[in-house]
Design a protein around this ligand. Structure first.
Ligand SMILES: [Zn+2]
Ligand SMILES: [Zn+2]
Length: 267
């Protein structure tokens, strides 16, 4: 486990096929049986470089501005993008893509894999507590000299944040290639901690989309686009395997059953 961790963090252009994760459901290690699909990753890079936008509409409607990739090169820095090649039930080959987390505050962008939860439900659950947490933040800033009150408010904010995270994690639905679906809270223990952003990376979005649409993934690649991240371990135009911190704990379960879908094709 320790060795794999280091490997994932040190090699910039690591191959995804070397990625394995233990499955919390069946107990065995699952690897992604497909290819590292860099050709399509590179094609998406060229598209982003050319359009500087993630929208599919080139006629310049109002949303286009919100879908500009310019902010990825500013203070908010870059993000991960992913491409997946899939085999459909009729034998045809399909491609689809994903961005990690939200894009400029948007969870849903046409032509991109959706997140692992119902966005309306997420917005409803998030709205109230998020506002309360922001209000508490402002109150904490305002009580400079009243340390007692500041401390109490900080604790209150921490408690609210934890509760919100727990409620949001319960909304994630992870489906594997056996057709089993679990929430993040079913799969991981809140007690040992679920890192912020778990389930929001490209690989889980792509795999979940494939599993829920009866598609067999045959290739995947993920690359970073934009200004390097603060710790400088993510560089513009570099490919990376799924991250160890957020993805490894869930990808074992998400890959469960996939190798069996490959077997008939390989005989
Ligand atoms: Zn990840
Ligand atoms: Zn399994």
């Amino acid at each position: 486990m320790e060795r794999m961790n280091k490997k994932i963090f040190s090699d910039a252009d690591e191959d995804i096929s070397s990625f394995s994760a233990s499955c919390l459901f069946c107990g065995s290690d699952h690897i992604f049986p497909g290819d590292n699909f860099r050709v399509s990753g590179q094609a998406l890079m060229e598209q982003l470089a050319h359009t500087k936008n993630i929208g599919s509409d080139t006629s310049g409607n109002s949303d286009q501005h919100r879908l500009s990739t310019d902010p990825l090169f500013g203070p908010s820095r870059g993000k991960m993008f992913g491409v997946m090649e899939c085999r459909a039930a009729d034998g045809s080959t399909l491609f689809f893509k994903a961005f990690s987390g939200q894009f400029n505050g948007l969870w849903l962008v046409e032509g991109w894999a959706p997140p692992l939860f119902d966005v309306d439900e997420w917005t409803r659950v998030n709205a109230g507590p998020e506002l309360a947490i922001k209000t508490l933040g402002a109150e904490i800033k305002a009580c400079h000299d009243d340390h007692e009150r500041g401390k109490r408010l900080q604790q209150e904010r921490k408690k609210l944040s934890r509760k919100l995270m727990k409620d949001l994690h319960a909304l994630y639905r992870l489906t594997n290639f056996r057709g089993q679906t679990l929430s993040l809270t079913d799969l991981l223990s809140e007690r040992t901690g679920i890192p912020t952003g778990t389930g929001d990376c490209c690989a889980p979005k792509l795999l979940n989309f494939a599993a829920t649409n009866n598609l067999v993934p045959t290739g995947i690649s993920e690359f970073y686009w934009g200004l390097e991240n603060k710790s400088a371990d993510r560089q513009h135009r570099h490919f990376y395997p799924p991250c160890a911190e957020k993805c490894r704990p869930i990808l074992g379960f998400m890959l469960c059953g996939l190798d069996e879908l490959y077997a008939p094709q390989r005989l």
